[in-house]
Write a protein that binds this ligand. Structure first.
Ligand SMILES: *[C@@H]1O[C@H](CO)[C@@H](O)[C@H](O)[C@H]1NC(C)=O
Ligand SMILES: *[C@@H]1O[C@H](CO)[C@@H](O)[C@H](O)[C@H]1NC(C)=O
Length: 248
């Protein structure tokens, strides 16, 4: 019985030491906390690019998402699209520009300013749409390349007690990237819809800023879900006082 406890304690001690090997820890009340966080996040996105099995963090570059469903309806246009086997590549070439932390015992707010030179999103799509009486079906692969992304990650958290230990649970993840250029190309295995889909892609590329604005609410709901989930792999694994100690 005692032996098991010792082994158990030994394991916990080992696990606690390991955390500092893959995450830079910042004192939440230090005057240099923001500079520390810039380095911590810069190191984190590089070290976690391939994922981390101990923390249960999935690979971040490329980040994989199995599917995303979208529906669009206005008076004349109806559209439905399922995109699947989605990869988002490019995060690990990002530069962390700045960070701001407001953290105390009952709330947590972190903002991280990011720049990513290029992000490529690719996968498979399957969609159907109608415009008045015109109907379209298409499926194939897509690839969208975006450059010069400027954005701020905003994370909000609340304390969450698990077995007497306080963690900071992330409740919300927000970003609204400004994008420099965007270009999409697709394959379409449905010959009937080829001319119109090709035209659609041409129009999409010529008007991507407008379409990006329409698409943002879907994307943001999706980023909120996956951003919260990924962040909580870290925030709900490492106690708050270990992840953001309060030494002063
Ligand atoms: C779509 O992409 C997959 C995986 O990269 C590939 O195996 C397949 O041949 C592609 N299909 C088309 C129609 O390009
Ligand atoms: C993210 O989702 C949570 C839970 O659904 C919600 O409370 C929060 O307001 C959302 N945040 C944003 C920025 O949409």
């Amino acid at each position: 019985m005692y032996k098991i406890c010792f082994v158990f304690i030994f394991f916990v001690v080992c696990a606690a030491i390991d955390i500092e090997n893959y995450l830079k820890i910042c004192d939440r009340n230090s005057l240099e906390v923001n500079e520390c966080l810039v380095e911590a996040v810069q190191k984190g996105i590089k070290d976690l690019a391939g994922g981390n099995a101990d923390l249960g963090v999935p690979a971040l570059d490329p980040f994989y998402q199995d599917e995303l469903k979208m529906e669009y309806n206005n008076n004349q246009i109806q559209g439905k699209m399922l995109i699947s086997n989605i990869f988002v590549a490019g995060l690990s070439s990002s530069t962390v520009k700045d960070a701001r932390l407001k953290a105390d015992e009952d709330s947590f707010h972190l903002e991280i300013d990011m720049f990513t030179p290029e992000v490529k999103v690719y996968g498979e799509y399957e969609g159907g749409g109608s415009y008045n009486s015109l109907k379209l079906l298409a499926n194939g692969n897509f690839s969208t390349t975006m450059t010069d992304l400027v954005y701020t990650w905003k994370l909000n958290g609340k304390p969450h007690v698990i077995k007497g230990i306080t963690y900071m649970k992330v409740k919300s993840f927000y970003m609204r990237p400004d994008v420099g250029t965007m270009k999409t190309s697709i394959t379409n295995e449905n010959p009937d819809s080829k001319p119109l889909i090709d035209l659609g892609v041409k129009i999409t590329n010529e008007n991507w800023r407008l379409l990006y604005k329409e698409f943002l609410p879907f994307a943001q709901a999706n980023w909120n879900k996956s951003g919260t989930r990924v962040a909580n792999k870290i925030f709900l694994t490492i106690p708050y006082d270990t992840l953001f100690p309060n030494k002063s």
